[in-house]
Design a protein around this ligand. Structure first.
Ligand code: UD1
Length: 362
């Protein structure tokens, strides 16, 4: 049985790694990694392959950057060629990036089975490109592996047959547990002269936060004010860097003593910062989950989340420009709130998936 595992952009790599490692030595399948090339900088892609002990991709489509239609269309055309040649028995897509949707459309139209890992998440906000990708992918995929109960409910509410929905848990926790010792031993925070629990980590890259001058300037001012109370380290995503430079905001951040601005980090370096941080400010999806698992307060600069379990029982709070400072200062003076770790976020997701494929397909 030939299985293709698809990866495209940074948040995909920690989701495919545990799956690849669980399947690579199985005798009943052959597994190939297909990289579409949506992310291509070494610190957005190669460094993750190294940290996560992944081999070079078997197939690289080299799609690169562009508009949504450009990325989606080019990925569909390039991957369709591969499908004609390889005829895999199962294609596994993860997350909600453009390639997740593009590959699902191309494979489904050729009658090839698709499984979506991290299915069922919904922000109910169709201004987010990821929400469109999730809706299309889940409506076409044959198998929907979900991380949490709310995801199952979303799919059922959309009329998806129960037989397609399999709750497997959160695969990112597998990567985190796989590399926990290396992450803890790396002590990367000490290289930046940061002291455990005396700094915050910032990541921002959503178009709604970084593309417009007004919002980005306000966010920069907020970060500067927070950094006067607690040191902040900010690895800057290429999209954000482009806009910060264009709007002359980058130098303003760089001159602040309490704000450390750096290039995007590898998985191990970044997770070492999160492990040792006091708080995280982000608009990422995955980091909301990692902080919930690590029980570190997370302030998410978004009006909604497709990961409500991180707010309901985890450490996550949704914030906006109007209240993020207040919320952070409150936490710094009152301490963090009680939280719990969702069920099946246990580091054993890849094994559950491997067993599922073996008993249903092999
Ligand atoms: C994409 C995903 C988003 C995910 C994010 C994580 C979609 C719709 N968006 O957003 O869900 O949270 O990845 O990073 O799929 N660029 C580089 N080098 C790279 C990659 C990108 O310089 O290796 C720059 C380019 O100028 C590019 C811009 O970043 O145009 C945006 O990249 P793109 O992949 O289109 O979207 P992201 O914002 O990264």
């Amino acid at each position: 049985m030939l299985i293709h595992i698809i990866a495209a952009a940074r948040p995909n790599f920690m989701k495919i790694a545990p799956l690849y490692h669980a399947l690579k030595n199985e005798r009943w399948c052959r597994v190939k990694i297909v990289h579409t090339g949506q992310h291509y900088d070494s610190n957005m892609s190669d460094s993750f392959f190294q940290d996560l002990m992944l081999p070079d991709p078997d197939i690289h489509l080299g799609i690169g950057s562009g508009s949504h239609a450009f990325q989606t269309g080019k990925t569909m055309m390039a991957y369709e060629d591969i499908l004609f040649k390889e005829a895999p028995d199962l294609v596994i897509v993860v997350g909600d990036v453009n390639a997740t949707m593009a590959v699902t459309i191309a494979a489904t139209k050729l009658g090839i089975k698709v499984a979506h890992l991290e299915a069922g998440l919904r922000s109910f906000d169709r201004t987010m490109p990821e929400e469109i990708n999730r809706l299309v992918t889940d409506s076409l995929a044959d198998i929907l592996w979900t991380p949490s109960e709310d995801a199952d409910e979303n799919l059922i509410n959309e009329g998806v047959g129960k037989e397609k929905i399999v709750r497997v848990g959160n695969i990112m926790i597998d990567s985190l547990e796989l590399l926990r010792e290396t992450i803890e031993n790396s002590a990367y925070h000490m290289e930046l002269n940061l002291t455990k629990r005396q700094f915050g980590v910032v990541t921002l890259h959503r178009p709604a936060n970084v593309d417009q001058f007004e919002t980005l300037e306000k966010l920069c001012n907020i970060l500067i004010r927070i950094s006067k109370k607690i040191k902040l380290v900010f690895p800057i995503h290429p999209r954000t860097k482009k806009f910060l430079s264009q709007y002359d905001l980058l130098d303003k951040l760089k001159t602040e003593d309490g704000l450390i601005t750096i290039d995007p980090l590898s998985y191990i370096q970044f997770m070492n910062l999160v492990f040792n941080s006091k708080l995280v400010i982000t608009d990422s999806g995955g980091i909301q989950e990692e902080t919930t698992y690590l029980e570190i307060p997370c302030f998410t600069l978004r009006p909604n989340t497709e990961r409500p379990v991180t707010v309901d029982i985890g450490t996550n709070q949704l914030c906006g420009i109007h209240n993020v400072e207040d919320r952070i200062f409150k936490m710094l003076s009152n301490g963090k709130q009680q939280s719990r770790i969702p069920e099946l976020w246990d580091g054993k997701v890849a094994n559950r998936i491997s067993e599922y494929i073996k008993s249903n397909f092999a």
